[in-house]
Design a protein around this ligand. Structure first.
Ligand SMILES: Cc1cc2nc3c(=O)[nH]c(=O)nc-3n(C[C@H](O)[C@H](O)[C@H](O)COP(=O)(O)OP(=O)(O)OC[C@H]3O[C@@H](n4cnc5c(N)ncnc54)[C@H](O)[C@@H]3O)c2cc1C
Length: 288
């Protein structure tokens, strides 16, 4: 079992792994791609670069540095994170892993849609966490917005509780292997309808599908989704951490863009180092 699971292969995650491995701790780094750096054509404001370098090349260097120091690297999507008496349990597309500590380093997540009504109905029918809110919709018709593995995972949480679950793919094809108990609507969404509470989803072709809850699960789960599920505070989209980058949940740390702030490579690297020091202290004090 690793001492720590780090979700995210960007500068925050790789930096944390480097510090942890050099302290002789076993770190499992899990990520699905190179995150924000994958989109950065050129980085030239990071310390030590004689020449500008592509974001992807810089991310690759950091990851190889972590690997060379002993980090285990798993390229896979993180689907669910839960807490059990013996530690945290991570479900990925490739299987499960457990550890006494987790560092969330999944970058900034902006996975929402500019659909009229969506922002106004957040907390009034629009939710981002099936595990947290499914209970409020027992026996009622709900929707899940998304078409990937994460959306299917959220729908699986809702199926035993809700009266009916519709997957709104917003123009994407129906995912392969979808649970036959789900109904699917592929027409793009035009708006959400409801005064004080969501009552239906209006589609681009003018049809309305009545739902009392809509669970947004676009793309992959982000750090905020995992943090919320475990009871950590998320404020204005950023995870709230203390000086050692620990959330209010013991053993759950966060670093980099997912904690807000400057959103730069330099701050993400620093956050990763601080989270690693926090993890080392946490493990020491827990006698692990
Ligand atoms: C176009 C662009 C240009 C930029 N230019 C600069 C610049 O010039 N200088 C600078 O300092 N900064 C720049 N930045 C910002 C910089 O890239 C980020 O601040 C930095 O990468 C944040 O690091 P991070 O480790 O927090 O997150 P990221 O680098 O975003 O890494 C997030 C990691 O989490 C993983 N992940 C997310 N969700 C999941 C999931 N569900 N399952 C598995 N893995 C998951 C991703 O695959 C990725 O590995 C730029 C960003 C962009 C988008």
């Amino acid at each position: 079992m690793p001492d720590v699971i780090i979700i995210g292969l960007g500068p925050a995650g790789a930096s944390a792994a480097i510090y942890l491995c050099r302290a002789n701790r076993r770190a499992l780094l899990v990520g699905k791609d190179f995150g924000a750096l994958q989109k950065a054509e050129k980085i030239e404001n990071y310390f030590g670069l004689e020449e500008p370098i592509s974001g992807e090349a810089l991310a690759h260097r950091g990851l190889e540095q972590a690997r060379s120091l002993g980090a285990e690297i798993l390229f896979s999507e993180a689907l669910d994170l839960s807490w059990e008496p013996d530690g945290f349990r991570l479900l990925t597309g490739e299987g499960e892993a457990s550890a006494p500590c987790v560092i969330l380093a999944t970058g900034a997540s902006r996975r929402t849609l500019p659909i009229p009504g969506l922002a106004a109905l957040e907390g009034h029918g629009v939710s981002y966490c099936a595990v947290c809110d499914a209970f409020f919709y027992r026996g009622r018709s709900v929707g899940v917005l998304g078409a990937g593995d994460y959306a299917l995972h959220e729908a699986a949480h809702l199926l035993p509780v809700a009266g009916g679950v519709t997957l709104f793919t917003n123009g994407a094809p129906v995912p392969e292997g979808m649970d036959p108990r789900l109904s699917a609507v592929t027409e793009p969404l035009a708006s959400l309808v409801g005064e004080e509470q969501l009552s239906s989803v209006r589609l681009a072709d003018g049809r309305e599908v009545p739902v009392e809850g809509l669970f947004v699960a676009l793309g992959s789960a982000g750090a905020g989704d995992f943090a919320r599920k475990l009871g950590a505070e998320v404020k204005n989209g950023s995870i709230v951490v203390d000086d050692s980058m620990q959330t209010a949940v013991p053993g759950l740390f966060a670093a980099g863009d997912c904690t807000g702030g400057l959103l730069q490579v330099s701050t993400a690297v620093g956050d990763g180092a601080r989270a690693a020091m926090g993890v080392l202290r946490y493990l020491r004090e827990a006698g692990k």
